[in-house]
Design a protein around this ligand. Structure first.
Ligand SMILES: O=C([O-])CC(=O)C(=O)O
Ligand SMILES: [Mg+2]
Length: 589
């Protein structure tokens, strides 16, 4: 039951909440209108007041409760006399946060705030997005996952382990919110570039969903972080006395597939057809299969394959303004042929195919991938995993990255292997030797896994490189000129993408929607950004950017006949904006 204080008489009061078919809830509290839909089932819930109101992060306002609210809701004496507005609370908290020098301490302070006063948490995150993104998200969230057991305070999100086999539907019903629109789920096997963190991967769904709200305006109450715990193969965690997950090695094969299948069925049964399930940080060997298996029956999106692809394609489209030519004029070389690498490669091939009308089998030939065994070439075809096969072109075998750069002569070099420091000085120098303006994207996360740093890219290329990275880097001064690296992180795409699916009531994800999202993001890069060498707009404008992405994605859903929210709103950008959650406090009568 959700608890809320809306009525003036305090105590336990019943109110009516309108429930809807596709997992949408009516905007009773004026939060947003993203989810208005046809009503079918009435729902009753109780009202919190007094002490329990102060302890309920969704409705607590701390010292911002007004005199009238303190009277009406049995709060007298439970708060000190001062009344502070949200602005002053924000100022105080930002001041406190900046005192912490250790990033993990900032992360913990932010999580505490989220569990104490949700609206204030989102106020901070939205108003200080560039400063706080690296705290609640990449890179600090990676360290938080590594140490999740030690820093554990209050549980966030929903844990579904092998112990819950056969009971997943019941577990979903334990979650206090009934109306869920977005689930981010991980099994913790490939957390960023940090590997298997088992159950402690929970930090990732929690962090991603806080961005759904802050950057994409999806209501927090409709977001559900889930970690599926099938064990871990991480010996360090298995031997860690504070580890929070199942102390066993990973279940695989049939046992794994059955648990996932029960989960997918339970989600659809409980929340309907229109709940978005975002797969996050699964290992390659499961990620592709899960996406393929469920994309025709569920609204599923793999952020590491599709979200990363869409954000990188956006950067490439934008970079054409700086480097010239069309996408088809370029040659692409990837280090890393997993989810991100092959996902990006395929979306580039699709976009070139769309632009030139050439079949995608042809356009793929502009794109080369290197994995741990060297360049992917046709003589390796037999032994390649299925998702690498389309990239096995005719070429003699080439071992390392440097030789591949020399052989392929790429104009664009993309790192997506999850392994740090692999763009060496020689590699960057060769790119700069081959190209007037080499485009270098070091996508692996967190910062420790980045293929090179921004400073390395600019200095080794003697200021020629156009550089962006998955994890954030500070601007670099080189020979008196300031270079501002972009952050090619899927956080640009998934919040707006998800919002677009929600507002249109989409029931399936299609590649055309990803292309639409990329084009929308690229269109948001301004002349001023280009002047600084940026191929992504700053995150400070992200809510506006998300609304534009959402509008294009929703438009595509309508065009493809996959939207269920009818009639189609006339101005989709305005509509998307009007749906977005804003974190200002509500007044309680
Ligand atoms: O979380 C991030 O920053 C980007 C991402 O999805 C990953 O690296 O797996
Ligand atoms: Mg990820």
């Amino acid at each position: 039951m959700s608890r809320i204080s809306l009525k003036e008489n305090g105590g336990e009061v019943s109110a009516t909440k309108d429930y809807t078919n596709g997992g949408g809830v009516r905007d009773l509290y004026g939060e947003d209108s993203a989810t208005e839909d046809h009503l079918i089932t009435p729902w009753t819930f109780s009202v919190a007041s007094g002490y329990s109101l102060l302890r309920d992060p969704r409705y607590n306002k701390g010292l911002a409760f007004t005199e009238g609210e303190r009277d009406a809701h049995y709060l007298r004496g439970l708060l000190p006399p001062a009344v502070l507005n949200q602005e002053l609370q924000e100022k105080r908290l930002m001041h406190n946060l900046r005192q912490y020098e250790v990033p993990l301490h900032r992360y913990m302070a932010m999580m505490d705030l989220q569990e104490r006063n949700e609206r204030l948490f989102y106020r901070l995150l939205i108003d200080n997005v560039e400063e706080l993104l690296p705290v609640v998200y990449t890179p600090t969230v990676g360290e938080a996952c590594q140490k999740y057991g030690s820093i554990f305070r209050r549980p966030q999100g929903l844990y579904i382990s092998l112990k819950e086999k056969g009971k997943i539907l019941e577990v979903l019903k334990n979650w206090p919110e009934k109306s869920i629109q977005v689930i981010v789920v991980t099994d913790g096997e490939r957390i960023l570039g940090l590997g298997d963190l088992g159950c402690q991967g929970m930090g990732i769904p929690v962090g991603k969903l806080s961005l759904y709200t802050a950057l994409g305006g999806v209501r927090p109450s409709s977001c559900l972080p889930i970690t599926i715990d099938v064990g871990t193969n991480n010996e360090k965690l298995l031997n860690d006395e504070f580890y929070i997950g199942l102390r066993q090695r990973r279940a695989t094969g049939k046992e794994y597939a059955e648990l996932l299948d029960e989960f997918m069925r339970a989600v659809k049964q409980n929340y309907g057809e229109k709940v978005l399930i975002q797969f996050e940080d699964f290992a390659n060997h499961n990620a592709f299969d899960l996406l393929a298996k469920y994309s025709s029956s569920h609204l599923v999106f793999n952020d590491d394959i599709q979200g990363t692809a869409s954000v990188v394609l956006a950067g490439l489209l934008a970079s054409l303004k700086l480097v010239g030519g069309t996408l088809a004029d370029h040659t692409f070389l990837f280090l890393g042929a997993g989810e991100a690498g092959t996902g990006i490669a395929e979306l580039i091939a699709l976009e070139i195919s769309k632009q030139t009308n050439a079949p995608v089998e042809e356009t793929r030939k502009k794109i080369w991938l290197v994995d741990s065994k060297g360049l992917i070439v046709s003589s390796r075809l037999e032994s390649l995993q299925h998702f690498k096969k389309p990239w096995a072109h005719e070429h003699e075998p080439v071992k390392g990255l440097l030789d591949a750069v020399k052989a392929i002569k790429p104009t664009v070099l993309i790192g997506s292997s999850g392994v740090g420091k692999t763009f060496t000085k020689e590699v960057v120098e060769t790119m700069a030797f081959l190209n007037e303006k080499p485009l270098i994207l070091a996508l692996s996360n967190p910062t420790s896994q980045s293929e090179c740093t921004a400073e390395e890219a600019y200095t080794w290329s003697k200021g020629k490189a156009i550089f962006a990275s998955g994890s954030p880097f500070d601007p670099v001064e080189y020979e008196g000129k300031l270079f501002v690296p972009g952050q090619a992180n899927n956080a640009y795409i998934f919040p707006g993408f998800g919002l677009g699916l929600i507002i249109s009531g989409a029931i399936r994800v299609r590649d055309e929607m990803l292309l639409a999202a990329s084009e929308a993001l690229a269109a948001q890069v301004s002349e001023e950004n280009y002047d600084k060498g940026l191929i992504y707009p700053p995150f400070s404008n992200i809510r506006k950017i998300s609304a534009h992405i959402a509008a294009k994605v929703a438009a595509k859903a309508y065009d493809l006949g996959l939207a269920s929210h009818l009639p189609r709103p006339k101005d989709l950008v305005k509509y998307a904006e009007s749906c977005m959650y804003s974190p200002g406090y509500r007044s309680y009568r």
